[in-house]
Design a binder for this molecule. Sequence first.
Ligand code: ATP
Ligand code: FE
Length: 335
Amino acid sequence: IYILAIESSCDDTSAAVLCNDRILSNVVASQKIHKEYGGVVPELASRAHQSNIVPVVDQAIKQAKINKEQLHAIAFTRGPGLMGSLLVGTSFAKSLAFGLDIPLIDVNHMQGHILAHFIDEDGYKKPKFPFLAMTISGGHTQIVKVTNYFEMKVIGETIDDAVGEAYDKSGKILGLGYPAGPQIDKLAQTGNPKAFKFTKPKVVGLNFSFSGLKTGILYFVQREVKKNPNFVEENLADICASIQYTIIGILMDKLKLAVKQTGIKQIAIGGGVSANSGIRAALKNGEQKFGWTTYIPKFEYTTDNAAMIAIVGYLKYLENDFSGFDVMATARLKI
Ligand code: ATP
Ligand code: FE
């Protein structure tokens, strides 16, 4: 079965071709324009998708070494995401499926981040049900109990900012460019994680909160810069390491609680922040320390990509779960 998938929920235009559960191509065009603004500008994202989508899809088909007449279905991201961005992928997918006279499959982006683990990759094992998925990305921070491919229940989530947002906003305070997550991660590796102490939020249960941490970091930096104008430059690695240490502590505390409450020790992570070296190490450590089995996605399936949309498309194809052509992009689509 050949599936072409299109992902355009935020600022990456991506297309992938999959043969059953193997990826033949996964092309991602990251929009550079947003760097100038320190964050994603929705109107610019939508326009960039419009100019990227044809070449990206062409390239994905070319790299897969198939022709479009061989495709069995077109999968696309229906939501959640930015409406103007989602509309580009949705309309394109509909037209292509209509033109080729093949089924259309709508995919939930967050299910994509979770089910990316079911892409067949050498050296990567697939999770066993039931498992806990922690989706940590630019717009979400959730712990999801996954009983089957499409039986998912959110058992905890952020009540304010997402963890990726916490990284990006902290980076902005430190004068780092967008997205700051990967830069903080890199700088953290040469710093002392215990150099500075930031308070963890006091949210009971499995929910998260990150907006207080961001404010704490802002006040801390303002206070120190008053005493020493070069404070940030002189201590950048230590500040980043301390931020990373705090964030990972928050994520791990909640994971441990989720394991305790559910008795499930199979843990998968997904979303852009699952590229983070600190969370990867902490999870590996959890295998030894707590007897967890952990699933860490291949780097290219962490931030937004169409391969993860393609695998969900394939799983839905097997269930004959197709969409009507009246399906609409849905900005706030729930799991
Ligand atoms: P969502 O999936 O919730 O709709 P999104 O699609 O915008 O949001 P992703 O592409 O999944 O988000 O992830 C992007 C986020 O991941 C950004 O906030 C970025 O800073 C963060 N990120 C990427 N790599 C790292 C890293 N190594 N360490 C920390 N954060 C990272
Ligand atoms: Fe995402």
